[in-house]
Design a binder for this molecule. Structure first.
Ligand code: FAD
Length: 495
């Protein structure tokens, strides 16, 4: 059985970032990356629908250690994939990846202070076992096999094609076709302008509206800074500029929602004109940032609506028909292609069954420590990004914290670290406080967070820098120990 110091699960943006941090900050540690798929990149390799792009800026979605050098701040999926691949290649992280290894189970033994990890290999389905001292889950947050599609009445009657964006393949034809995109989230607002370039017409059919904010595709400040400063310095300044703008927008949304609503509404009105029915199609019932804000680059969504290539219908689906959709209002939408941009099926910990000393871990009963470890689960961390800012900002900090933890344990001869909540005044709080359907549907699968530090998830980069980069490792909640290895204990007993 192969043994490594650290086993990373997942070779997406986070897993490759984790490899880089380990190599740099813990050069003595051996590691490997197990990846279920046959290629790296995760999200940015899986999703192939037209127009696939980031919905946050690349100066914060990019790694802290590798400047984003593309001209576009909101970048297309293939460029992001190349950025991940190039990072892996340049630091030879790619040589550490074992593709087609789907991790199914991981069991911790306190006596051995080790994880035994079982991975199923594709296509043979044979089981391979690894052991490691520390398990780092960079497995994302959703089910790769399937997206979420509600049960639509009559779907089998529809004569055209129905496709979920997660299953988009090159043979999906939309040129000259009437397309209906069901949904109003980030994927729908990305797809509509991209499909409208070739389709006869695209309808974005939404049950309820989202807040949509237009931002420039290229950041003139970032591109200007690059002309006068080194790439690294310009990247650092732009990164902080965007972090602060993001924090300001989020804080204003939570503290002064009416002001933000007015601002967002003004943006839509200025794009679609005074006669457009903004109240029906772009006025959500919730406050800004109670669900994720949808970003559109250079107002591309509004442009195709203005030009008549796309339209928005806000209604409920009664049933699919042979020709398209019958809506609750009685209206019928005819379509050749229906795209169900109805979201992701969230999944915690890459679907891996965890056990500690023979006892199954019920993830929903654990509390997350700093949003990256689980109470009662030793030597395990997970890379989960922000919901209100770029994913990588948090994952970079998580990786730094894991490296600090590993170095501290090495220095002090500890073999085990486990967060334990011994403070009775810490209340359980849901892991994510978004009202979005996809969160509410799946929140029961995730750990809880606590009402105060270090169990509270601040979703705030500045506070997390203090906690994760500089905060004390011995904080009363993290318990370090050196269990006697089983082999040594056996040998001693024999003597
Ligand atoms: C369409 C789309 C657009 C997005 N845009 C943005 C954005 O603009 N900004 C932002 O901040 N976030 C965005 N996100 C969130 C996005 O997923 C993250 O930004 C980031 O790419 C996640 O990287 P990751 O490596 O943590 O996870 P993933 O990209 O999901 O990669 C996880 C990897 O782990 C592997 N894996 C999972 N389980 C196992 C297992 N059991 N065994 C072995 N391997 C396993 C998967 O195969 C995959 O390769 C977007 C998400 C989607 C779906």
């Amino acid at each position: 059985m192969e043994h490594v110091d650290v086993l990373i699960v997942g070779a997406g943006l986070s897993g490759i970032g984790a490899g880089h941090h380990l190599q740099t900050d813990c050069p003595g540690k051996s590691y490997a990356i197990l990846e279920a798929r046959e290629s790296m990149g995760g999200t940015w390799d899986l999703f192939r629908y037209p127009g696939i792009r980031s919905d946050s800026d690349m100066y914060t979605l990019g790694y802290s250690f590798r400047p984003w050098e593309g001209a576009k701040a909101i970048a297309d999926g293939p460029s992001i994939l190349r950025y991940v691949q190039q990072t892996a290649k340049d630091s030879r992280i790619d040589e550490k990846i074992r593709y087609r290894h789907r991790v199914k189970r991981a069991s911790w033994s306190s006596a051995d202070a080790r994880w035994t990890v079982e991975a199923e290999r594709e296509p043979s389905k044979e089981t391979t076992r690894f052991t490691c001292n520390f398990l780092f889950l960079c497995s994302g947050y959703y089910n790769y096999a399937e997206g979420y599609t509600p049960d639509f009445a009559g779907a089998e009657r529809f004569a055209g094609r129905i496709v979920h964006p997660q299953k988009w393949t090159e043979d999906v034809e939309y040129a000259g076709k009437r397309v209906v995109v069901i949904g109003s989230g980030a994927t729908a607002v990305t797809l509509v302008p991209a499909l409208a370039k070739k389709a006869a017409h695209v309808v974005m059919l939404q049950r309820s509206p989202s807040y949509v904010l237009s931002l420039p595709e290229q950041d003139p400040i970032a591109n200007g800074l690059r002309r006068y400063l080194s790439t690294k310095v310009a990247y650092g300044i732009t990164r902080w500029k965007n972090v602060l703008i993001g924090m300001l927008i989020f804080t204003l949304s939570r503290r002064a929602p009416e002001f933000m609503k007015k601002l967002l509404r003004g943006g839509v009105k200025s794009q679609l004109g005074p006669d457009y029915d903004v109240d029906t199609h772009f006025k959500p019932r919730y406050n800004p940032w109670d669900q994720r804000l949808c970003l559109v680059p250079d107002a591309d969504l509004f442009k195709v609506i203005r030009e008549g290539h796309a339209s928005v219908v806000t209604d409920h689906i009664e049933t699919f028909t042979e020709k398209g959709l019958k809506l609750r209002s009685g209206k019928e939408l005819e379509a050749d292609l229906i795209v169900t941009a109805t979201g992701l099926d969230l999944m915690a910990l890459g679907g891996i069954d965890l056990s500690v000393d023979g006892r199954a871990v019920e993830v929903a009963k654990t509390m997350s420590y700093k949003g990256m470890m689980l109470s009662g689960v030793p030597n395990l961390a997970m890379a989960l990004g922000y919901t209100n800012a770029s994913w990588t900002l948090k994952c970079d900090l998580t990786c730094s914290f894991v490296c600090r933890l590993l170095n501290f344990m090495e220095e002090h001869g500890y073999r085990q670290c486990v967060p334990e909540n011994r403070d009775a005044s810490v209340r359980e709080v849901p892991f994510i406080d978004f009202s979005s359907g996809y969160i509410q549907r799946s929140i029961h699968k995730f750990p809880k967070q606590g009402s105060k530090a270090p169990w509270r998830l601040y979703q705030n980069y500045a506070l997390d820098i203090l906690a994760l980069r500089f905060g004390a490792l011995e904080d009363g909640a993290m318990v370090f120990s050196t269990p006697t290895p089983a082999v040594e204990a056996d040998a001693r007993a024999a003597v």
